[in-house]
Design a protein around this ligand. Structure first.
Ligand SMILES: C[S@@+](CC[C@H](N)C(=O)[O-])C[C@H]1O[C@@H](n2cnc3c(N)ncnc32)[C@H](O)[C@@H]1O
Length: 736
């Protein structure tokens, strides 16, 4: 095929169409169009005996008919099972003269290889033959082109079996077709597959199946509904790998429908829905259909915002098709970017994705199992060596979970978190697994046990809402006998301001210095670690928890109830990649989200760092170092950090802003009474307007040339920016 000239291929295609009764005049423009659509790739056109071409010609007929104002014709009594007839489809063409003719083409069929004759009673373009009796199971309408192809050539019968290649087939580089089935229980799949297997088509058991009916009836090609693409798709190895779509059963009963969606890289998305209809069906106006569906949704389900319209829903479907269909392209283009950094996904070297108190690079992928540990989970790899485990993260990254742009959390959160890109660049953030709570990667020691929580660390005697009780409960011990939260769930201003000030001016705050070697320095250089640079003695919020007598609505449980505000992941278009914004105005002290990721030990973090450096990739995990140095020697498995490179929540999208960020991170103790493991929660430092970007100060010293990880060039826009352009001046100004 590959060596054939285009002219030769065109000639053959037109010849094949001629045999189907399509004139050169009508086939040529359609062929040209298809070639343009497939980017001059002949294979999908030649496939299945030019099925795509025949379909396209018939589609054109239909469109022309629709333009002429024709709708479905009323069926004749014989057409009981032909509810939809193409307007104008009975028009045929003299294949010699290219002129329309009233008689359908007749051909003799003495040669089994030549096209069989098309008789008047056979030639039904939108043919749906009645079920036959006997051995043949129930069946579905054949598609128009397949009917013609089948009648035209025995070889086309087998070719028609290849229909499922339309979905996820590598041959279709420029176009993708999805077919979403309704469950269709009535067909005997064994019978179908058995029949198909008798043909010489390698994919005969898939998709469009030809049915041998009894002697009096013609053979009917059955379009079987295909499962959606996220099902397991077995691959056939061979010269060309083919994705096989498993077939679902066909239902010939009333109300069954099949949705066809086709798209091309040129942004065209075509949807068609085939439904069973009453024989007296007449095409209603589209306006009436839209109105009826909108009314139905509005009145029956009451879930619609006022701006809802079916038009925009269809537009959204189109956009989702294009986006999902394009994701693999973005993935190929962003192989080195698995950390959710918008800049990197534009093929720039990654300068870091995970914000942090002290930046450390990391990377990884793979064969993992998760097991739960209280509210945390442990992610285990099947391999033993820690380095190997880190490596498996690379493989994991290649699994590329697909984002749902209507809710990137995929239902993990209580609110939907949409994705928006007002720029024409990437449609979706690079892949990661969305998790609502932290996961232990491997060796991190997160000891969540009821026995560890003493009476002084819980309020077992409380009931209902602790904030309504006359005396503050035991859970306020850490905060001087006062609740941090107001009854409205906001962090009280004095506490909040102290946290903000601590982050802005860490040099003025109390710090813990590790008594022996610092785990962070140890991980950087185990042989001769540098002296500890100090860790902030952070202020904690302690929330009530499961060992407390209060209920889940208790005012001292805010972070553990999860995200409640309307957030959106959006493309900043300011060189910072993706960011997070609020869709509603937020008051000062409001909880926004946690920073969620994998819990790593400092050794694991260091291994990721090395792996990452080897791959030219950097990420910035958050150290959970609040209490490092407050005790004796901190064991490595107790020195924890969070990394949301591969597993994370929306916190991973929050960009950095020097000094005057509108979010501050506050450690929150929930299930553990010590400060080795805790939650890192973001609260607003001031009132935030709707659609304002949410930012926090990563605490990066942009002027620290010694740090092994090169910081990104700061584009925060703050007048106090410590960014590399004015490191000293800005820093000093802000400190005043
Ligand atoms: C936690 S990620 C934030 C989300 C990220 N923008 C994305 O697209 O996934 C941190 C990375 O975002 C980028 N970034 C964050 N704040 C920035 C800033 N102020 N200026 C420039 N880049 C920034 C840097 O590449 C950084 O490594």
């Amino acid at each position: 095929m590959g060596s054939k000239s285009n002219t030769e291929r065109a000639r053959k295609a037109l010849e094949a169409m001629k045999q189907l009764g399509f004139s050169k005049k009508e086939a040529t423009p359609v062929l040209k169009n298809l070639l343009r659509l497939f980017g001059n790739n002949w294979e999908p056109i030649e496939d299945e005996c030019y099925r795509a071409l025949a379909d396209a010609i018939l589609d054109r007929h239909q469109e022309t008919a629709a333009d002429r104002g024709c709708s479905a014709t009323r069926p004749t009594p014989d057409d009981d099972h032909h509810p939809l007839t193409l307007c104008g489809a009975s028009r045929d063409v003299d294949t010699e003269t290219d002129e329309p003719r009233t008689k359908k083409p007749r051909a003799t069929n003495s040669d089994p290889q030549s096209p069989p004759s098309l008789t008047d009673d056979q030639d039904v373009p939108a043919a749906i033959s009645p079920p036959s009796h006997g051995a043949s199971p129930q069946f579905r309408p054949q598609t128009r082109a397949s009917a013609r192809l089948r009648q035209a050539s025995p070889s086309s019968v087998t070719a028609a079996h290849k229909r499922p290649r339309q979905m996820m087939d590598e041959d279709f580089q420029d176009s993708a077709f999805l077919r979403e089935p309704k469950p269709e229980p009535d067909i005997d799949m064994d019978a179908i597959q058995g029949t198909a297997a008798t043909s010489d088509c390698p994919n005969a058991h898939l998709g469009l199946i030809d049915y041998p009916l009894n002697a009096s009836s013609s053979r009917v090609a059955l379009p079987l509904a295909l499962l959606p693409p996220d099902q397991n798709v077995p691959q056939i190895s061979g010269p060309k790998k083919r994705a096989i779509q498993p077939c679902s059963k066909v239902n010939t009963g009333e109300g069954s429908s099949v949705i066809d969606v086709a798209s091309s890289t040129m942004g065209e998305v075509k949807m068609s829905l085939k439904c069973s209809v009453d024989p007296k069906f007449r095409m209603p106006s589209l306006e009436a259909v839209f109105k009826m569906v909108e009314d139905k949704y509005l009145h029956s389900y009451k879930i619609l915002p006022p701006e809802f319209s079916i038009g925009s829903l269809m537009n959204e479907i189109c956009q989702c098709v294009v986006q999902l269909g394009s994701d693999h392209i973005a993935e190929h283009n962003t192989e080195s970017d698995v950390a959710g950094n918008g800049r990197c996904s534009q093929n720039e070297p990654m300068t870091g994705s995970i914000p942090f108190v002290k930046p450390i690079a990391c990377e990884d992928g793979g064969n993992r199992k998760c097991k739960s540990a209280g509210e945390s989970f442990i992610v285990e790899d099947s391999e033993n060596s820690s380095v190997a485990k880190q490596k498996t993260h690379l493989a994991l990254a290649n699994l590329k979970p697909i984002h749902d742009v209507t809710d990137i959390s995929k239902g993990e959160e209580r609110v939907r978190i949409s994705v928006a890109n007002e720029f024409a660049s990437e449609k979706c953030p690079p892949s990661f697994y969305y998790i609502r709570g932290n996961l232990v990667f491997q060796n991190a020691y997160v000891n969540i046990s009821v026995a560890r929580i003493g009476d002084e660390d819980c309020c077992a005697d409380c009931f209902g809402n602790c904030l309504s009780a006359p005396i503050p409960c035991a859970c306020t011990r850490e905060t001087g006998g006062e609740y941090v939260y107001t009854p409205e769930g906001l962090v009280r201003t004095p506490f909040l301001d102290e946290c903000v000030s601590m982050n802005r001016f860490p040099e003025k705050c109390h710090k813990f210095f590790c008594k022996s070697s610092c785990p962070l320095e140890r991980s950087r250089n185990e042989a001769s670690p540098e002296p500890c640079r100090g860790h902030l003695a952070r202020k904690f919020i302690k929330e009530c928890w499961s060992k407390c007598g209060c209920n889940m609505q208790c005012g001292n449980r805010v972070v553990q109830r999860g995200i409640t505000c309307n957030l959106q992941v959006f493309f900043t278009g300011e060189g910072k990649g993706w960011g997070l914004r609020t869709l509603d105005e937020l008051p000062k002290g409001a909880f926004v989200c946690e920073y969620v990721g994998e819990v790593l030990t400092s050794t694991e973090l260091h291994e990721r760092t090395l792996q990452n450096m080897n791959n030219g990739r950097h990420t910035y995990p958050v150290l959970l170092d609040a209490d490092w140095g407050s005790e004796g020697v901190l064991k490595d498995e107790e020195a924890l950090s969070l990394d949301s490179t591969f597993y994370g929540n929306v916190g991973r999208f929050i960009n950095h802003r020097c000094y005057d960020a509108n979010l501050v991170e506050i450690p929150v103790e929930v299930e553990t009474p010590d400060h080795h493991y805790y939650h890192l929660a973001f609260f607003t430092t001031k009132k935030v307007e709707a659609f304002e970007e949410l930012t926090w100060d990563y605490g990066i010293d942009f002027g620290d040339g010694k740090d092994p990880v090169k910081a990104f060039q700061c584009l925060c826009g703050s007048r106090y920016c410590r960014g590399i352009r004015h490191p000293r001046k800005r820093g000093k100004a802000a400190a005043k």
